[in-house]
Design a protein around this ligand. Structure first.
Ligand SMILES: C[S@@+](CC[C@H](N)C(=O)[O-])C[C@H]1O[C@@H](n2cnc3c(N)ncnc32)[C@H](O)[C@@H]1O
Length: 253
């Protein structure tokens, strides 16, 4: 008899720690190409053809960034050293700095700040406001922030379920993720992940758990405005994306 697994006992955010080496297999950089093309188009539209200085907050393994580095000079900040190591491996020319997007201050400004899906790790409106304040603190006047909400409160219908299988060489990973909302009165949701990792050594099964934020779209817009941004929206259809994909583009006043 195997005891049921208590979700609260699954360690948090293992994919950014002891399982970080699996990230390129779970989320192959090549799959970011279509999405990154939209980020590149906004950078071009707003900043022109010159090569901008770009800061990515929560850059992770730098998968999205890997499609932009031919056009930008990039600095990557992330909480996780193992993820920054992955980022350096994929993007050798990118400067990497360990830091928290809510508090880090690098003492310089950039033409653009990018916060890709790492913005999901802002669990409260205060976290989100702090991340936007960090972005504003690192932008020259008229510099731009691009961010991409993974979900809005008004569209979120838990449970959200996803799965995929990827292979490389003799390794194959299948993952399942289940996102639910243990307390609909707060701004945090929980994702339980199960990774089936097949290699020459056989099958290994690992569990992971993530806490991320969920906010109404109006909250995003209000907090961006309060941080000093004039906000525009760019909406795209992406292959394999369940709904229109929205970039929020803030210009620092
Ligand atoms: C999904 S990964 C980012 C992947 C990235 N968008 C890419 O294209 O490779 C999320 C990242 O956010 C980072 N993160 C979470 N909270 C953070 C914080 N407060 N400050 C900085 N990074 C954070 C995690 O360490 C993780 O590397």
């Amino acid at each position: 008899m195997v005891a049921a697994l208590d979700p609260a006992r699954i360690p948090l955010h293992r994919i950014y720690a002891d399982l970080a080496h699996l990230m390129p297999l779970i989320s192959p950089p090549a799959e970011y190409a279509a999405e990154a093309a939209h980020w590149r188009a906004v950078l071009r539209e707003k900043l022109g053809p010159d090569r901008p200085a770009v800061l990515e907050l929560g850059a992770g393994g730098g998968h999205n960034l890997s499609h932009l580095t031919t056009d930008v000079d990039a600095t990557a900040v992330d909480l996780s050293e193992p993820m920054l190591a992955e980022c350096r491996r994929l993007n050798p020319g990118v400067a990497t700095i360990a830091g928290d997007m809510r508090t880090v201050r690098l003492g310089r400004t950039f033409d653009a700040v990018l916060i890709h899906d790492a913005i999901s790790y802002m669990l409260t409106a205060a976290d989100l406001a702090a991340a936007f304040a960090t972005a504003a603190a690192h932008l020259r006047p008229q510099g731009i922030l691009i961010t991409s909400p993974d979900r809005y409160r008004e569209d979120f219908r838990p449970p959200a379920v996803a799965h995929a299988t990827h292979a490389s060489g003799d390794r194959q990973i299948t993952y399942f993720e289940y996102t639910h909302d243990p307390d609909p009165h707060d701004t945090t949701v929980e994702t339980i992940m199960v990774y089936f990792i097949r290699s020459a050594d056989g099958l290994r099964i690992e569990h992971d758990r993530h806490l991320t934020g969920v906010f109404a779209r109006t909250t995003w817009l209000q907090l961006l405005a309060a941080a000093g941004f004039t906000v525009e929206s760019r909406v795209y259809d992406l292959p394999d994306w369940p709904r229109p994909y929205e970039l929020l583009v803030g210009t620092r006043r």
